[in-house]
Design a protein around this ligand. Structure first.
Ligand code: PGA
Length: 250
């Protein structure tokens, strides 16, 4: 049995005060949800303030990216130790905005994944195809390459701390969600590939999230798919009411 995981990625939104107010609302509606995990990824600058609001809550925190090194000359980066000291337990890695806008390639993303693993962070490892790739029927090749390169060197043991997020680039922030059938097809493919790379028991235990325009009105049907174990939510995670509905999916 895989425990559902609902994650909110706030991207570059909210100042510290806004983050504080939003998390207070979300914390209230997440109280008592004992059969699922809720993770929030506010901007780094708000992580610590938010973690204080969540001290008595089961809601977990993630950074939106993480460096592989513990410290050093890496201007603009945040280390795994810093993420932990701010009160977070997880990091999103390889988000399509990092890949596309900031040109992070599979090798760099792999280093980040290995760094997160080494320091005991849950890595929420994102993959996804562009519209052009989907239309040229290369979706599965692209995803396979992203997985094989991104997870290179990640041991079976470390897979216990890994979450995979399938986020088709064409569905992110566009209001265009993959249909439940499209998402399920890809999730099943990812699980089969993980069974090939590792073993079936590992593949069966890894949580695979869907991301890309997840909203209150489509979360239930997505979560009803056998291989969809959760959601990575952007826009709808910035509104307490809609995120509360999402984490309370039926
Ligand atoms: P969206 O973003 O829900 O706004 O489409 C998802 C994501 O980027 O993780």
């Amino acid at each position: 049995m895989r425990r559902p995981l609902l994650a909110g990625n706030w991207k570059m939104h909210t100042n510290i005060l806004e983050a504080y107010l939003l998390v207070a609302e979300i914390g209230k509606c997440a109280a008592g949800l004992n059969d699922r995990d809720v993770i929030l990824a506010p901007p780094n600058v708000a992580l610590n303030a938010v973690s204080r609001v969540l001290l008595d809550s089961d809601v977990l925190l993630a950074s939106q990216n993480v460096c592989w090194a513990e410290e050093g000359a890496f201007t603009g980066e945040i280390s795994p130790a810093m993420v932990k000291s701010a009160g977070a337990v997880a990091s999103i890695i390889g988000h399509s905005e990092r890949r596309q806008i900031f040109h992070e390639d599979d090798e760099m993303i792999n280093k980040r994944v290995l760094g997160a693993v080494e320091y005991g962070l849950i890595a929420i490892f994102c993959i996804g195809e562009t519209l052009e790739e989907r239309e040229s029927d290369t979706t599965f090749d692209i995803l396979e390459a992203q997985i094989r390169k991104g997870l290179a060197g990640v041991t079976a043991e470390a897979m216990k701390n890994m979450v995979v997020a399938y986020e088709p680039v064409w569905a992110i922030g566009t209001g265009k969600t993959a249909s439940k059938e499209q998402a399920q097809e890809v999730h099943a493919f990812i699980r089969k590939l993980l069974a090939e790379i590792y073993e079936k028991a590992i593949a069966d235990s890894v949580r695979i999230l869907y991301g890309g325009s997840v909203k209150p009105d489509n979360v239930d049907e997505l979560m009803a798919q056998p291989d969809i174990d959760g959601a990575l939510v952007g826009g709808a995670a910035l509104n307490a009411e809609s995120f509360c509905r999402i984490i309370n999916f039926n």
